[in-house]
Structures are given as C-alpha cells and as structure tokens.
Design a protein around this ligand. Sequence first.
Ligand SMILES: Cc1cc2nc3c(=O)[nH]c(=O)nc-3n(C[C@H](O)[C@H](O)[C@H](O)COP(=O)(O)OP(=O)(O)OC[C@H]3O[C@@H](n4cnc5c(N)ncnc54)[C@H](O)[C@@H]3O)c2cc1C
Length: 569
Amino acid sequence: MTNVTDLGTVYSSDVLVLGGGIAGLHAAIKIKETDPSLDVLIAEKATTGTAGKANKGAGVLQVVDESDDLDAYVKFNVEDSGKYLNEQDLLRKYAVTTRTVVKDYERWGIQTMREADGSLSRAAGLPYWCLTAVDLDLLFKMVDVAKKLGIKFVNKVQTVELLTQGEKVVGAVGFNIVTGEYQIFKAKSTVLATGSCCWNVMHMWTSARGDGIAAAWRAGAEMRNAEFSNFYNVGLPGGNGVQVGSQHSLYNSKGQRLADLGYTKPHECDFNIGIFLGMEKEVMEGRGPIVWEETEFFNDNPLGVGGFLFRWVRPWADIFHHKEMDKENKYTVDHRWKPIVHPLFIGEFGAVKTNGNMKTNLEGLWAIGDTSRAGSGWAGAVPSPSRQRGSGLSYASVTAIWCHEDVAATTKTLPEPEINVEQVAKFKEAIFAPLKVEKGYEVRDRIHCIKEVVAPPRFSVRKHFDRMDEALDKIHWVQENMGQIALYNDFHLLGLWHDLKNMALCAELYFTAAMERKETRGWHVREDFPETDNQNWLKWIDLKNDNGKIAVNYERVPIEKFKFRPEGF
Ligand SMILES: Cc1cc2nc3c(=O)[nH]c(=O)nc-3n(C[C@H](O)[C@H](O)[C@H](O)COP(=O)(O)OP(=O)(O)OC[C@H]3O[C@@H](n4cnc5c(N)ncnc54)[C@H](O)[C@@H]3O)c2cc1C
C-alpha cells in the first residue's frame, strides 16, 4: 500500500492558510493571537511579504470611523452603488469593523495617515467615510509579527486542489514552482486567501489568477454574484490606470466634459459603469478620442484625491510610485498633459459564497479577502471595489477579523483529519500529466484567448446574450483542448497551465451567471434587458458544481428585513 509520504512532502498543521497576501497574513495572526496553541501554516505561491496585491497599490484605506454617519454610508452603498443587492447587515458590520482594522494595523506598527490632531486623514469630497493611507511596507510588518507568534510559512507552492474527507476540506495539494516537488498539506481547517481572478490582463493584478477559487469550486464550494466580475479603471494605453477622481476630468474631442454630459454624477466618488458606457458612446458617435485633463485632475478635483496621497511621506510607497510606476508608464504611448484614455479592464472575480463568519458551504473551509468580495454579498451589484476605493485592503482585513474566532473555535473541536491517499495520488497524476505533452500549442496563446473574451468592453461593459454565447464558446473550446498544450517538462509552464485552467473556469462561471441575470443592475448592463427588474431579479444568483456541470440557483434578497428598500417594497 502506498504511503502518503511516498507521494510528496507532507506538512501538517491545525490551520492551513492558503495565500500569504494581506488577508491570509491578517487571518493567520488573529487566529494565532486568539489561540497560541494552534499550529498555523501559510502556504504561498510566491513569497509571503512581497506577494499579492497589497504592496502594489496606492495604499488607500477605507475607514468608516466614529465621526462618520453609518446610516448614510449604508444608504449610499445600497441605493447608489449596490442597487439593493447588498447583504445590508454585512455591509453595516463591515463599516464598523474597519475601525478594528486600523487598531490592528497600528498595534503591529503599520502607520496610518493621521492629521496633527490625531484624527484619520480624509480626502475631501468623499461621502460618509474617510480614505486614509498606509505605507506599502505593511506586509513586511505583518510577516514580522507572524514570525514572532510562531506562524509557519511554506513559500513558492502553487496549491492546485483541496483535499476532502467526505464533505469536509482537510488540506490541499500543490507543487513547488521552482523544483516541481509535490507538496501535501494536511489541516483541520483551511482558510482560502488566494485572491481573486483578474485573468492576467493587467500587469499589477497578475497574482490574481483564480487558483483558490477554482480549487474551491472543484471541491464543491458555491459561488454568488459571479456576474459582477467586470471592474474597469480609466487607463492610459499601454500603461496603468489613472487615479480615481479622473472621471470628472475626461473630455471628448469637442471639448465637452463627460461628467457634464451626464455620464457620471457631479460628486461621484468613483468610477461607475456609466462613465465607460459614455466613453464608448462618444467614440462610436465620432466624438473621440477621450482625453484626460491631468492638470485639472490635480488642481480642481471635486473629490480632492488628486494630490492626497502625496501629502504624506511614505518611504515605501514613494519608492514604488516613483520608480516602479514611472518605469511602467515609460511604455505608455501618450505622454501629453491630455493623454488619450480608454476603459482598462481589471476584472476581479471573487465569488466564493460565504456567511457572516466567512465560512463557505464546505465544512472546514473559510474564504476571505478578494476570494469572496462578491460572494459574501456585502457590496451588491458592483464588482468590488467599485465606488468604495480603499475597500480592497479593508475588506481583506475585515474578513480576516470576521473569520478568526470561528476558525479558532471550530479547529479546537476537530479531530486529526484523515488523508485519503488515493485522492492524493489521483491529484498528483492529474496535476503533473500536462508536463508530458511535448508537441502542441503554447499555453500563453491560450491565456490570450481567454483575455480576448473577458476584457473588451463589448463583452464586459455592455453585455448581450449573443456576445456572451460567443465568449462561452471560446472558453469551452480552450477548456476542451487543454490536452493539446505543450509544456516541454517545464514547471514554470506547468504553473501557467493550471492558471489557464482556473482562469477559463472563472470566466465560464462569470458569463454563466451574467447570462442568467436578465436585467440591468449596477455594473451588470444588458443591452437585451436594459431595465432594472425588482419584481423578478431582486435575487442573488448562486452557482453550484453539480458533478462537473454548473447548476444555477437563486436566493431572494430578504429585502423586507433590511432598512433600505426600492420603491414599492
Ligand atoms: C495596483 C493595485 C492597486 C491597488 N490599490 C489599492 C488601494 O489603494 N487600496 C485598497 O484598499 N486596495 C487596493 N488594491 C486592492 C487590494 O490590494 C486587494 O484587494 C487586497 O490586497 C487583496 O488582498 P488578498 O490577500 O485578499 O489577495 P491578494 O493580495 O491577491 O493575495 C493573495 C495571495 O495568494 C497567493 N496565491 C494565489 N494563488 C495561490 C495558490 N495557488 N497557492 C498559494 N498561494 C496562492 C498570491 O500569490 C497572493 O500572495 C489594489 C490592487 C492593485 C493590484
């Protein structure tokens, strides 16, 4: 009989955290602080501390502090942005928990941006919350805290599948991306913190390839709100997104400001889908290209976010923004003060369905941070972080806080899990099988095929049954032909092969849910169903893995129990 140790290196822990980004680190620390007797291990694809998204961004942090009007915050996010699809209790709880996030950060030596009087800094013009900032070394500080607490790390492991014992998740398997070694993680509880799927379109979002979400789906985890996976920024061709607030400084070729043409509200605090529909309309009707009035953005911005981040010395952020981003922007084709801009696809598929403790429908599995940003239902009819900048970091940390007590308490009650050696062996065979293909197509070409059907506005800004059908056809074709991709025995390409498989699955789930929602609501715009239909579609769309087929279920939003309701409800 085969022993599990004959198949690969085995790691055992009480709690396994998959993904060492901000959500994973924050959760691991909180769990260990709550119960130091628990053995906590983080398994990360890259290197914990430098991996993930939190150290690549602007470092703005959304906080709804004691001086903010909590009710107004919830009302705005339900009526203006989430369009009544929000889990309103969770949204309110999120807002309150952002205060604990700041306390945790400061306790761990992460500096938040404060005024001389000690209050949190805020960009003028943002309604009902403040946007403070953190330096981009926050993950290094968390790693230091985690090490002191005795949390263990396994880096450079691409986890591919979750291990199960009946309906329960008992760990994961994957491979070392450098050596190719098969690695087996056995745990009583697993916290999924592997981020969202951004389909490898934008350079700085490339760590988000949907690995954990796809593994959870294959193990039986349900998805919610998958149709809201179409986040766009305004972007410079060949370069980065421009800052939020730029929606007020966009002009058509006739010199008309898009905001004055009604595509966005006068004090809109973030990009909404209207601005992208407007950009497209102006171009299609001959008033393109759209340009960004950069001078106006910095000097006369209604949100006051133009120079906000530069008011404070943040050594790590300054290095990053001046060196890394400038390097990237060097390749931007348009360097004028009024550069041409376009809708820039980010994606953000994070649909793992969770309850208020971030537990999935599978025993032993919690999903936090970007993995569940749509799936928990708090944000409603928007791809996170739309309309709530700074909520990426906050939500990751908030959900780490929400899960930690449940994870710690549940783990304590569980016996040692049993590993199904047959399952471990079967996964090993399947994971490494693609390496053997010596002749065939290039994996990067196939990744490009997926990008081609998720990123263009015709698929993800304006949706129509026919185009989604076309997208799904291509996705299915890629899925059916995975066996024809040549990997030349290269472990780097093996990683990409699994990324492709996962990204294709995430795209399939996204369009399946989008086809199902036969109305227009928030960021989900259907040309063939242009109206919002509260009578029939005040529902969450849930997807379930039914023996390899996607089963669609609905849950009515319990609108009568919530404070904010559409007219007539
Ligand atoms: C350029 C940019 C700017 C941003 N600016 C801001 C901002 O200013 N404010 C804000 O609030 N938010 C911002 N965000 C969003 C924010 O950074 C994210 O929402 C947040 O960091 C998500 O944290 P996470 O831990 O859930 O996911 P991630 O940071 O994506 O971490 C997931 C981790 O899992 C690892 N992983 C993935 N697959 C596997 C696997 N198979 N096995 C093991 N490990 C795996 C990844 O390597 C990664 O380290 C920005 C994001 C980007 C990209």
